[in-house]
Design a protein around this ligand. Structure first.
Ligand SMILES: Cc1ncc(COP(=O)(O)O)c(C=O)c1O
Length: 384
């Protein structure tokens, strides 16, 4: 038997893939996978198409096209007052996922501990473990997703090298408060650790909230890596264009990992994303307003069907407790049955926990056309 790396060899097909397959098999509306069913701005897509014909299609600079690095720096200044040197502090990657992979490869050494928050995004643990890191969990529970200060402190140790924070948090839909971020920053500084901040949903926050990047907190500028994604900000998930912002001492090794992973990202997409990020405030407001409207529409529909919907502060997901719908099934079984019988697909919340997650909650993605959301609701109503 040929031995291969155990981190990936033992991994089962994810529940996301299993549910998506089942959705295809039963012709279900797939609200399990997290992507918008409407492509991002046509103007940006046209620019990408034109750039493919009129601009160079050869390797662009390893750090990314200057236009896009400048746009990333400008948006950081415009939205957060974060001043960034685009030449030495910004790197373009093939999606936030590549950025996360580069960070783990470049910043961790075997045995380093990384504090993570459950529920967590599926690539985090394999990437940490493949880099030799050891995850230390802080668990957040629905419906309030409160951060317990004692549990947070207990996750830190003298071996803590990094904290991996997803804010706004998928799938909890939580936006960490300034007080929580301050607590976290204090512990990170106390332990001389690095913050790796996955902020792909930075512009998808609701009810007048403003996203506060951890890098903005006192003492965090030199020890934080901030990651964004055009996939979420411009509703172009298939493009896989991400960007990293960090002080040169952190960015340099991350860029080296990038150099030997993908080296670069398609230049026409980078060029178009640069224009997309420079859109006026109305684009950004429109993105959040439109998703807030969908959140309200779909939450109200679910509540009318007996689901208990957790408050959604950000991201385009809803976590709903289905125990009011006369079943004591576990979430995985409920999601399967909902796909087969109602022809609507969600994903079980427990899949976002390493061990024994909450069993009565499912996650729906609501970044879909209104008619799709309405049809899903009427199928669920008929199922009941
Ligand atoms: C929390 C989080 N991080 C990262 C990603 C991946 O981003 P990208 O498609 O840019 O790799 C996603 C996509 O769903 C996500 O939800």
């Amino acid at each position: 038997m040929i031995s291969t790396n155990p981190v990936y060899t033992g991994l089962e097909t994810t529940i996301f893939e299993t549910m998506s397959r089942l959705a295809r098999q039963y012709d279900a509306i797939n609200l399990g996978q997290g992507f918008p069913d409407m492509d991002g701005p046509e103007e940006i897509r046209r620019l990408a198409a034109e750039a493919l014909l009129t601009r160079s299609n050869q390797y662009p600079p390893m750090l990314g096209l200057p236009e896009l690095r400048q746009a990333v720096a400008e948006t950081a200044s415009r939205f957060y007052g974060l001043e960034v040197d685009w030449q030495s502090e910004v790197l373009v990657t093939s999606g936030a996922t590549e950025a996360l992979s580069d960070c783990m490869a470049a910043l961790l050494q075997p045995g380093d501990e990384v504090v993570v928050f459950e529920p967590l995004y599926d690539c985090y643990l394999p990437l940490i473990r493949r880099a030799g890191g050891i995850p230390r969990f802080v668990r957040l529970e629905p419906p309030h997703w409160q951060l317990d200060e004692a549990a947070l402190r207990a996750a830190f140790s003298p071996r803590t090298k990094a904290v991996l924070l997803n804010n706004p948090l998928n799938p909890a839909t939580k936006v960490f408060s300034e007080a929580e971020l301050s607590q976290l920053a204090r512990l990170i500084i106390e332990h001389d650790a690095i913050a790796i901040c996955d902020e792909v949903y930075e512009h998808i926050v609701f009810d007048g909230r403003r996203h506060l990047p951890l890098i903005m907190l006192p003492g965090m500028r030199e020890r934080t890596v901030r990651i964004g994604s055009a996939g979420k900000t411009l509703s172009l998930t298939g493009w896989k264009v991400g960007y990293v912002t960090a002080t040169p001492a952190l960015l340099d090794p991350i860029a080296k990992a990038h150099q030997f992973t993908t080296f670069t990202t398609p230049p026409n997409l980078q060029y178009a994303v640069a224009h997309g990020l420079s859109a006026g405030d109305s684009y950004y407001r429109g993105l959040a307003d439109e998703l807030q409207r969908k959140r309200d529409r779909f939450s109200a529909g679910l509540a009318g069907l007996g689901f208990r919907v957790s408050p959604v502060a950000g991201t385009y997901f809803i976590v709903a407790d289905f125990s009011g719908r006369d079943t004591d099934e576990a979430d995985v079984d409920y999601c399967r049955r909902m796909t087969v019988e109602a022809r609507v697909t969600a994903v079980p919340l427990s899949a976002f926990y390493e061990a024994e997650g909450p069993r009565r909650f499912v996650r729906f993605c609501f970044s879909k056309r209104d008619e799709v959301l309405d049809e899903a609701l009427s199928r669920l109503a008929a199922w009941r």
